[in-house]
Ligand binder design. Structure first.
Ligand SMILES: Cc1cc2nc3c(=O)[nH]c(=O)nc-3n(C[C@H](O)[C@H](O)[C@H](O)COP(=O)(O)OP(=O)(O)OC[C@H]3O[C@@H](n4cnc5c(N)ncnc54)[C@H](O)[C@@H]3O)c2cc1C
Length: 509
């Protein structure tokens, strides 16, 4: 009988079938709606009353939700878990194939060395390397006042690179390929979470593994999730990886703190005459502009500005837009800084113990953009942080827990850190025979990630505010800070190590 039921729920979209399903007389559901695209389920008759149950339901199969699935797939303790991933993004069910020759996407992420090592450990990074990506060894940061600049080189911290830029679609499809190529039991639901009934009763994994104590929904140790296509599932642990407007966060009643910046980011891909190998960021009066290498002759632009400016710049001609970009990365708004600005060497010479490689590098002008290679997209920017990340049976990761300003390219990296930490906490819980939805276990994840995320958010918010002030003496101080970052070696090494995700707190000396 059990075999018949399992066969019934075999999913054309499922990579693997769920480990077990529970029949419930109390809850009527059209099983076919679990398994077919939402437009098809309307045509299908009700075939049985089945609600599948999973160990973990990941709501949101974006980069962070998929990273969690990968991390769970690669550990002996967690690879036995049955996992449902709920997301209506067609890329998940179609398994969208990315080709190297595809036109570059405007959405990219700068991935830190710490995130790269997590993804390597999970076996996902090799797929990223098969597609367009760009490791960068050097970075230059400066501002429009001409008072200061800082150059960073991976050699300053004896590393091969500072980070790697990859298109979001490449990261996403690499994580998907990694899961597909594993023998992990994952079922994709091409749908959206609409409501959730939390069940806060406990059950240990030891109990679950005892055949005579086979759990059932009636015993009540799993939460029920209802999806937009009318289907339902049960899960012992619900992970909210559903982005900044998280439905899981809302349904579970997590409060947030935050605000909207009166800024938008305009992003796009541009082409140069030759390859760019450096990450460039210039702070302008209305926000920073970044030019990030993407591989081949492409770079990505992330330009923060007022909403009015972003709307204007989205609609002006390509020629005018490229002129604006090239001016913003060159002489526009103010002069180039020079090595002698502020007499920086004299100011900081007393602190200089051993010089970094990059301290002597002169200021460079970024390569010119000659062509727009993608559409221009505009994103409103905000800061939002969930006051708590975990409650019984529900936990938040990625943008669902924290949304930050993109000026340092850290958002998805914090999310990868969350996913990695949560996967370890789940493994620990299984090893101890605990219920993986137990709040005391999930709070361990929160205790590990919250300080790291809050610190990064505070630093980036401080930067955003510091650059919202255009006032002579303050501009001078900011220039001095750039100079300090360039010439004071321990500070410079600490900044690189913190931005690389290798140090939890920015302790500078
Ligand atoms: C302009 C810009 C530039 C950025 N650059 C960088 C960078 O260089 N480096 C970096 O680290 N970060 C960067 N970020 C941040 C980064 O993009 C985000 O932190 C990251 O995308 C968050 O991933 P996520 O998976 O948590 O959420 P999302 O990417 O938002 O994914 C959430 C997923 O949940 C799904 N979903 C939503 N609601 C539901 C529901 N009810 N049911 C089921 N599924 C649902 C969505 O379809 C989506 O697939 C940037 C952000 C912006 C705006």
């Amino acid at each position: 009988m059990n075999r018949v039921i399992k066969k019934t729920v075999s999913n054309v979209f499922a990579l693997k079938i769920p480990r077990k399903c529970f029949c419930s007389q109390a809850v009527k559901v059209d099983a076919s709606t679990n398994l077919l695209p939402s437009n098809e389920h309307e045509k299908k008759p009700i075939i049985s009353q089945i609600i599948p149950e999973y160990d973990v339901a990941i709501v949101g199969g974006g980069m962070v939700g998929m990273a969690l699935a990968c991390f769970l797939a690669c550990m002996p303790m967690t690879k036995q878990l049955s996992v449902a991933i709920i997301d209506s993004n067609p890329a998940l069910s179609s398994g969208l194939c990315i080709k190297k020759e595809d036109p570059p996407d405007p959405r990219v992420s700068t991935v830190t060395p710490a995130s790269i090592s997590f993804l390597q450990e999970a076996g996902a990074w090799k797929y990223v390397e098969q597609n367009r990506h760009a490791y960068f060894k050097k970075m230059q940061v400066w501002d429009y006042t001409g008072f200061g600049y800082a150059r960073y080189d991976a050699g300053d911290v004896n590393k091969d690179f500072l980070g790697c830029v990859a298109e979001n679609k490449v990261l996403h499809s690499s994580l998907l390929s990694c899961i597909k190529d594993s023998d992990f039991k994952t079922t994709f639901y091409p749908s959206r979470l609409t409501s959730m009934t939390l069940n806060t009763n406990s059950m240990s994994v030891v109990e679950e593994n005892t055949p005579s104590k086979e759990p059932s929904p009636a015993q009540g140790h799993a939460s029920k999730l209802e999806l937009s296509d009318g289907s339902s599932i049960y899960a012992k642990l619900v992970v909210g990886a559903d982005g900044g407007k998280s439905r899981v966060r809302e349904l579970a009643g997590f409060k947030t703190t935050g605000w909207n910046y009166s800024q938008n980011a305009i992003i796009c891909t541009v082409e140069h005459t030759s390859a760019n190998h450096c990450a460039w960021q210039r702070f302008l009066p209305n926000g920073p502009i970044a030019l990030l290498p993407m591989g081949e002759n492409f770079s990505n632009i992330v330009w923060t500005m007022s909403p009015t400016e972003s709307n204007d710049r989205k609609s002006i001609t390509e020629e005018m837009f490229l002129k604006d970009v090239n001016s913003a990365l060159d002489y526009g708004y103010g002069p180039h800084p020079t090595s002698s600005s502020l007499g920086a060497r004299d100011i900081f010479s007393w602190l200089k113990m051993d010089g970094t490689l990059s301290a002597n590098e002169p200021f460079e002008i970024p390569p010119k953009a000659i062509r727009l290679a993608s559409e221009r997209m505009v994103f409103p920017l905000s800061l939002r942080h969930a006051n708590s990340y975990a409650t019984k049976r529900v936990v938040l990761i990625g943008d669902a827990a924290h949304t930050i300003h993109p000026l340092a390219g850290q958002g998805v990296n914090l999310g990868f850190g969350d996913a990695y930490s949560l996967s370890r906490v789940i493994a620990e819980g299984i090893a101890l025979g605990s219920d993986i939805g137990e709040v005391n276990l999930l709070k361990k994840y929160e205790q590990e990630r919250k300080p790291a995320n809050v610190t990064m958010m505070a630093i980036l918010d401080g930067f955003q505010k510091a650059y919202s002030i255009d006032f002579g003496p303050f501009n001078f101080l900011r220039g001095a800070a750039f100079r300090g970052a360039n010439f004071v070696s321990p500070l410079k090494r600490s900044i690189i190590s913190y931005a690389s995700g290798e140090r939890k707190l920015p302790i500078f000396f």
